[in-house]
Design a protein around this ligand. Structure first.
Ligand SMILES: [Zn+2]
Length: 338
């Protein structure tokens, strides 16, 4: 059934976009465009001929390895770590892959006959028909999914006082569920943990509306009866104020981790270029992406392949295996008690 498939593709593509909400940020990206990025790449050979340096060859400086980074962390020579995370850290938790029609969420959204997929994240459509958005909210409301090894690694960084800030593109709240305090995070695309009345702008804990969302009811403000919208950033909406913490966080960072993100969404993506040039950048991702692909620095490290596998390798090098196991066990028991 070709017609259906076509629709499936466009709906799923948008659902994916939704998770790495992006287009609305392009304007801001232009303003905050990080200096020095170039939208083209030179081959390693060309770079060598032109004397530009490249991977492993930057003014004779030795190329860093993951092992070197582990040493720097263990010796506390890096202790203001900034992490950028994307959908790739949530896939192992079973967050639905919207690209494959047939997922429960996909078929639930199918029933609403959405005019075009982007509409789910547009305020004008939301006020006409908020139900598709709340179908998604029901799926992603805190509690349905559990954090995985990658989330707990970030939690351990925090526990050790090494995490300056975690910038996440994810709206599944698994970083919070892993116990990372909200003030250590910038949830660039918003969160279901809080909600705002669309009329009187009163703020509420997202938890207040769990009952409504789970019962497929659109939540209303108890003061003014306006529709209450979880604080997910819609197209055309401003980024959370906290996003601008990057102006101080990135220049202060002494190590950058980029984990499970394709670095395609602006202005998030450009942040990777905002750390000082002497700062090691570690990519843990399925593919080589962003500046790691086209503007490598001698101190860039790419650990490619399975994201959890990459994080485990780093944990191994850090000799944090036991602590990781203890933390995961402790968190599992907490969930068990609930
Ligand atoms: Zn209200």
């Amino acid at each position: 059934n070709l017609a259906w498939q076509g629709r499936a593709t466009s709906l799923s593509a948008t659902l994916r976009t939704m998770l790495e909400l992006g287009n609305c940020y392009l304007q801001i990206a232009k303003i905050h465009r990080i200096q020095g990025t170039r939208p083209f790449s030179l081959s390693a050979a060309a770079r060598a001929i032109l004397g530009l340096g490249g991977w492993g060859d930057d003014g004779g400086k030795k190329q860093l390895t993951l092992q070197d980074v582990a040493k720097l962390i263990r010796k506390k020579e890096c202790r203001r770590i900034v992490v950028m995370a994307g959908a790739g850290i949530s896939t192992p938790s079973g967050i639905p892959d919207f690209r494959s029609p047939g997922s429960g969420l996909y078929s639930n959204l199918e029933q609403y006959d959405i005019p075009y997929p982007e509409a789910i994240f547009e305020l004008t459509y939301f006020f006409v028909n908020p139900k598709p958005f709340f179908t998604l909210a029901k799926e992603l409301y805190p509690g349905n999914y559990r954090p995985n090894y990658a989330h707990y690694f970030l939690r351990l960084l925090h526990d050790k006082g090494l995490l300056l800030r975690l910038y996440t593109q994810n709206i599944d709240g698994l970083e919070r569920a892993a116990g990372i305090p909200p003030d250590r995070m910038v949830e660039a695309h918003g969160t279901f943990a809080t909600a705002t009345c669309t009329v009187c702008r009163r703020k509420f804990p997202g938890e207040d509306f769990r009952g409504d969302v789970m019962a497929d009811k659109v939540p209303h403000c108890r003061v003014c009866t306006g529709i209450v919208k979880p604080d997910i950033v819609f197209f055309g909406e401003e980024l959370p104020q906290r996003f601008f913490l990057h102006l101080t966080d990135f220049p202060m960072a002494d190590l950058l981790f980029v984990i499970g993100t394709s670095l395609e969404v602006e202005p998030f993506a450009s942040l990777a270029g905002a750390v000082r040039s002497s700062v090691p950048r570690v990519l843990i991702n399925r593919d080589l992406v962003g500046p790691f692909a086209w503007q490598q620095r001698y101190n860039d490290i790419a650990q490619l392949g399975d994201v959890v596998g990459g994080v485990k390798k780093l944990v191994e090098l850090l000799d944090w295996n036991e602590e990781m196991q203890a933390l995961i066990q402790k968190e599992k028991e907490k969930v068990g008690k609930k």
